[in-house]
Design a protein. Structure first.
Ligand SMILES: Cc1cc2nc3c(=O)[nH]c(=O)nc-3n(C[C@H](O)[C@H](O)[C@H](O)COP(=O)(O)OP(=O)(O)OC[C@H]3O[C@@H](n4cnc5c(N)ncnc54)[C@H](O)[C@@H]3O)c2cc1C
Length: 509
């Protein structure tokens, strides 16, 4: 039995939502994984009379395509779509059966209007929580447009191909055999990348907003909802909903919700924002703010939006180490997200740089996958909580190097090692490695405000108790500000404060 009883019970409810028949065409061999795949599809046929199975020959064994009777959709799963990809599989079944996707009609039209041949392939790991977004976006494009096809490939099931193609991060997407992109991407990002973008002039022609929120993490989502509930004209510039919580596996301190996962909460944020009359401008990044009579926000595509007030909630991102080799070997062994990319380093040697909570958590996590983990900390002592350190030191495939400075990450095509200096002796040493995970904290996304909004020496925007900055009408919230603590609930609270502050400002002016 591939699916356990609990999963089967849940799945049965989803399968009742199938609209029409779905044909799974399986390409299987004699190997164990093929047997499991055949078992999985058999279990599905036993659960719904609308699912039919056929045999076929596809590029990869084992794999299967999801089709309508007599009509290929181009959606293929290579390897078993379990773990985080199980939801992608269910969604593909429902959408292929005829259930309408939960995206707005303008996006459906944009996808249907794409011309040319697009053969996408996405390499994933089943523990990658960012991969389903990409897989589901490309599956949907494939279902809606006959010129587009998409194959999800579980890297663990096709190790030889992963090695040959030098894939060291997931998701990694290929288009027509050429590298297309790596890391988290939304449907809008993909559409923009293949030319399905909105004309910047169309965006610039929008009427001025009362409140324009920049950033779609917890702070931005909260600010937009609070503003919209005041009945004022609200817009939000979103690169993608969720922000850092997309990189967070388990959340246990979002009060009122005992336990959830980051991507689940991100989806809830998006759903909640979409419940209101909020103009969502996606996927765009702001690159300039200027206070004139109104406040102008220029986007990276050149469009200029105008608003009476602006709430900046652009959050923070992983801090980079800034040593030679880091930029050159990014996604070629240099990684920042252990949950996503960890499985690609099974039985390999990796290093984690940073001995704070996130570094030590990453090392513990990776020790269960990699052959050996070396943790490097610049200071003489680790800064992580005692309980994490205790767990770390109990692992026999982890080495901890303290008081060391990483000088370079070495390798040509992929990471081959790292050079560090022992700070007390000055002695330079080398480590042979396959991967380096950098976990040295976060940096606020505020460089684009250079010369405008006042920031402290860390680059954090200085705000008062209303979330107001030094520029009248410009407010800020969340991790991009000088708030003492950076947490989801705190960001949401400060988003609400900034929205109420902006509303108050509008009434008075
Ligand atoms: C690995 C990890 C685990 C964590 N675990 C927890 C936890 O368990 N509990 C907890 O409470 N907190 C946790 N946090 C912290 C929490 O995620 C943050 O405090 C919170 O996400 C901050 O929300 P924010 O909206 O201020 O910023 P972000 O979440 O950083 O969102 C900012 C958004 O703005 C966008 N953006 C950036 N620049 C621009 C631009 N120029 N134009 C337009 N958009 C832009 C970004 O793409 C992003 O979507 C964790 C953080 C990390 C990294």
């Amino acid at each position: 039995m591939v699916l356990d009883q609990e999963t089967k019970t849940q799945l049965k409810q989803y399968l009742e939502l199938l609209e029409g028949e779905v044909v799974l065409k399986v390409s299987a061999g004699e190997d164990d994984l093929s047997r499991k795949m055949l078992e999985l599809v058999k279990e599905l046929t036993e659960m719904s009379p609308k699912i039919k199975v056929d045999r076929t020959q596809l590029d990869r064994v084992p794999s299967f395509s999801v089709n309508r009777p007599g009509e290929e959709t181009g959606v293929v799963f290579a390897g078993l779509p379990l773990g985080h990809e199980f939801s992608s599989f269910i969604l593909a079944l429902l959408q292929v059966s005829g259930r309408p996707p939960k995206v707005n009609q303008s996006i459906v039209e944009r996808i249907k209007n794409i011309k040319g041949e697009y053969r996408f392939e996405t390499f994933v790991s089943l523990s990658c929580h960012n991969c389903p977004d990409v897989v589901q976006a490309l599956n949907l494009m494939s279902i809606l447009n006959p010129n587009i096809s998409h194959t999800m490939i579980d890297g663990a099931a096709f190790k030889e191909e992963v090695e040959r193609k030098n894939i060291m991060a997931v998701p990694t997407v290929f288009l027509n055999g050429e590298p297309f992109g790596s890391g988290r991407m939304s449907l809008e990002d993909i559409l923009a990348k293949i030319g399905g973008e909105v004309d910047p002039a169309e965006l610039s022609n929008k009427d001025p907003f009362d409140v324009l929120v920049i950033g779609g993490g917890p702070a931005g989502a909260s600010a937009a909802i609070y503003a919209a509930r005041k009945g004022i004209r609200t817009g939000i510039v979103v690169e993608r909903f969720g922000g850092q919580i997309l990189d967070t596996l388990t959340i246990e301190n979002f009060i009122g919700v005992k336990q959830t996962e980051g991507p689940k909460l991100a989806a809830r944020l998006e759903e909640h924002v979409k419940d209101y009359d909020i103009d969502i401008i996606q996927p765009y990044r702001a690159k300039r703010l200027e206070k004139k009579e109104l406040i102008e926000i220029e986007l990276e595509n050149g469009a200029v939006l105008k608003s009476k007030t602006v709430i900046i909630s652009t959050g923070a991102r992983w801090r980079e180490l800034g040593v030679p080799g880091e930029a050159e070997l990014k996604n070629k062994g240099v990684a920042y997200c252990p949950h996503c990319d960890g499985p690609l380093f099974e039985n390999k040697d990796v290093a984690v740089i940073g001995g704070g909570n996130s570094g030590v958590e990453a090392a513990i996590d990776l020790a269960g996958i990699a052959r050996h983990v070396t943790l490097l900390e610049f200071l003489p002592e680790l800064k992580a909580d005692a309980i994490l350190q205790e767990r770390l030191y109990s692992l026999d495939n982890v080495t901890v190097l303290k008081n060391v400075e990483t000088k370079s990450i070495n390798g040509t095509e992929r990471v081959q090692g790292l050079t560090y200096v022992e700070r007390d002796s000055g002695e330079e040493k080398e480590l042979k490695l396959d991967g380096v995970f950098i976990q040295i904290g976060l940096v606020p996304n505020t460089e684009w405000l250079e010369g405008t909004v006042e920031r402290n020496r860390f680059g954090e925007i200085i705000v008062d108790k209303y979330g107001a900055t030094n520029i009248p009408g410009v407010f800020a919230a969340g991790d991009c500000t000088d708030a003492a603590y950076k947490q989801i609930i705190i960001s949401m609270g400060s988003g609400a404060t900034a929205a109420l502050g902006a509303f108050d400002y509008l009434i008075r002016n």
